[in-house]
Design a protein around this ligand. Structure first.
Ligand SMILES: [Zn+2]
Ligand SMILES: [Zn+2]
Ligand SMILES: [Zn+2]
Length: 248
């Protein structure tokens, strides 16, 4: 058990901030910037705020005209079709949209993963139809140095793969969001924290439990920017060890 350095409250396991006072406790020597949503210090290599869970780096989160956004998406899609490396796509984007001050490398890597993830789902479902199977399952695997969220929510977990028609698209707190994956499932407007952080006018922080419909879920092609988790076909009878990997 550990305690908050600032207020002494018991620290909840797996969380990098105190649920009582909001103190962010990541061991880092420098903060490059602050979370735009809650003001918590952010490490430059983090793709989401450890306190309020806001994700940074998804192109869909960026405040740019939808026409420009579509052109960017189109360029990335064409790049993937031409088998271009994400870094090459990033440099093409930089040369076309240089006046937009974006981290093109992060955007290209993230969006390429989304496109490839969506195509992978299509192939899995085609395979299901050809083989006349009635379900498709996949096992999630995270890199050894993956973030705590991915290790808890993706690594070693088995998910059902379904088509968009079967997905609870309009029921954002449906339990299938925890157990099923589908094409187009994204974490837009969802947060990587079980808590909601509110800042009052006198800068005090209030922490409340976050409703299910606002909590990020596992999905193909990266649950958050720079997520490198992957999914492999899972068959009944496969045994998964305590380390989250299939036992040979
Ligand atoms: Zn505290
Ligand atoms: Zn935040
Ligand atoms: Zn991940």
């Amino acid at each position: 058990m550990s305690f908050c350095k600032r207020c002494g409250a018991t620290k909840e396991q797996g969380l990098e901030f105190c649920v009582k006072c909001g103190e962010v406790e990541i061991a880092a020597d420098f903060w490059e910037w602050e979370c735009m949503e809650c003001g918590a210090p952010m490490r430059p290599d983090r793709e989401y705020c450890v306190r309020c869970g806001k994700a940074y780096g998804f192109l869909e989160n960026e405040d740019i005209p939808s026409g420009t956004k579509n052109t960017i998406f189109e360029m990335i899609r064409e790049g993937v079709n031409d088998n271009k490396h994400p870094f090459k796509i990033a440099s093409d984007l930089f040369h076309t949209f240089g006046e937009l001050n974006f981290d093109w490398q992060r955007i290209a890597v993230t969006e390429c993963a989304i496109i490839k993830g969506d195509r992978y789902v299509l192939r899995l479902l085609e395979h299901q139809e050809i083989r006349k199977k009635n379900e498709t399952k996949v096992l999630g695997t995270s890199a050894v140095d993956a973030c705590p969220w991915c290790k808890e929510n993706i690594h070693g977990k088995v998910f059902f793969v379904i088509s968009e028609d079967e997905a609870p698209l309009n029921v954002l707190n449906h339990p299938m969001w925890d157990t099923h994956l589908w094409r187009g499932k994204r974490n837009f407007n969802r947060y990587f924290s079980k808590y909601k952080v509110r800042r009052s006018l006198n800068d005090e922080i209030e922490i409340l439990p976050r409703p299910q419909e606002e909590i990020a879920k596992a999905c193909f092609g990266g649950a958050h920017p720079n997520c490198r988790c992957w999914f492999t076909p899972y068959f009944d009878g496969m045994k998964i060890g305590a380390d989250g990997y299939v036992i040979p």
